[in-house]
Design a protein around this ligand. Structure first.
Ligand SMILES: Cc1cc2nc3c(=O)[nH]c(=O)nc-3n(C[C@H](O)[C@H](O)[C@H](O)COP(=O)(O)OP(=O)(O)OC[C@H]3O[C@@H](n4cnc5c(N)ncnc54)[C@H](O)[C@@H]3O)c2cc1C
Length: 306
């Protein structure tokens, strides 16, 4: 098997929040087959396995992660078709959006500023500016808990706001996307405008994981957080951004526990003030909840369960 392996590797280097303790071992598989093989071997040896893409929607505990952490970023094979693309999970979503736009393939303009991988974007049903991944997904090839690799069509998948039915049940290895014919210049212009909006509204100069909470139906999490008085307030090195109240930024030395504490305080405060329970959008990989008899592929545990 090919690919880089590191032991006792600092996971803060693999997350955009720049937070997280050491991973017992990290492996960057070069092929989908290598990824599946490691999963099967780890299952047999009863070793926990975690999977991350670009780490842009992820909180990793300060204690780190036991077992093997797989990083998909080397899985980048891509094949363009007639208003379609077949692309491996580790391909950067923003790059894919740019390349689709340059071909006059319409659909991914919303994704130009999202710093995740294609696999992570499918799992999160990433979206912005009124667009989302789900409408463009034709099929997903995934690794299932029994070690098999199977392709499933869109009809077998369910998507909702920031969620996909595969989450916690399978790992995305490859995706087939479909596009509508579009005008190249119009798409490129739309992406440029989307990037400008982000630069204006988001604290892109500081480490973050994007929006921390899902928007409740008919409202905005950022509005509620600001109205509850949390804008600019923090715990330890974690601070609610002064630019976008649904972002928690790492001011330099934030720990996962700072972020978790701040999240909990915000949730309590918003519930008390407005009767709204904010659900988290970021994924929390929590080592303490791993059970060795758990035959499922490891996904994230929700922060609400923590
Ligand atoms: C500045 C900034 C702006 C952002 N803006 C947006 C936005 O506009 N819209 C939006 O939706 N998100 C946004 N995000 C969040 C994030 O970029 C997306 O959720 C992205 O899709 C996550 O992809 P990832 O590869 O980074 O996933 P990771 O953070 O690595 O992982 C997230 C979760 O997905 C799982 N996962 C990752 N890859 C796979 C795979 N191949 N198969 C199965 N599970 C997998 C992980 O186990 C984890 O549970 C933003 C983040 C930042 C930092």
């Amino acid at each position: 098997m090919a690919g880089r392996v590191e032991k006792n590797y600092p996971l803060h280097q693999l997350t955009t929040w720049k937070i997280g303790g050491p991973a017992e071992a990290v492996y960057w598989p070069q092929t989908k087959e290598d990824l599946a093989t490691v999963w099967q071997r780890a299952q047999k040896a009863d070793v926990p396995v975690w999977l991350i893409g670009q780490g842009s929607n992820l909180l990793v505990p300060d204690s780190g992660l036991p077992g093997v952490t797989l990083v998909t970023t080397s899985l980048r094979a891509i094949e363009w078709g007639n208003y379609t693309v077949q692309v491996e999970a580790g391909y950067p979503l923003a790059r894919l959006a740019q390349e689709a736009g340059e071909r006059g393939f319409s659909g991914l303009a919303f994704a130009r500023g999202i710093p995740g991988s294609v696999g992570g974007a499918v799992m999160m049903n990433a979206g912005a500016h009124g667009g989302a991944m789900a409408p463009h997904i034709a099929a997903v090839t995934a690794l299932w808990p029994d070690g098999t690799v199977k392709k499933v069509g869109k009809a077998e998948l369910e998507f909702a706001y920031r969620s996909c039915s595969l989450r916690g049940h399978a790992w995305v290895l490859e995706v087939e996307l479909m596009f509508a014919p579009g005008d190249r210049e119009t798409i490129l212009q739309e992406m440029k405008e989307n990037l400008t909006k982000r630069a204006l509204n988001q604290p892109l100069e500081k480490p973050s994981a994007g929006s921390v909470f899902q928007n409740p139906p008919g409202d905005s999490a950022g509005r509620l957080i600001e109205a509850a008085g949390w804008k600019g307030r923090g715990v330890g090195g974690a601070q609610v951004s002064t630019k976008h109240s649904n972002f928690i930024v790492n001011t330099g030395n934030a720990k996962a526990i700072d972020v978790l504490t701040l999240i909990e305080k915000i949730q309590k405060s918003v519930e008390l003030e407005f009767g709204v329970i904010l659900q988290t959008e970021v994924a929390y990989l929590n080592d303490t909840q791993y059970t060795r008899s758990d035959a499922r592929i490891k996904g994230e545990q929700s922060l609400e369960n923590n």
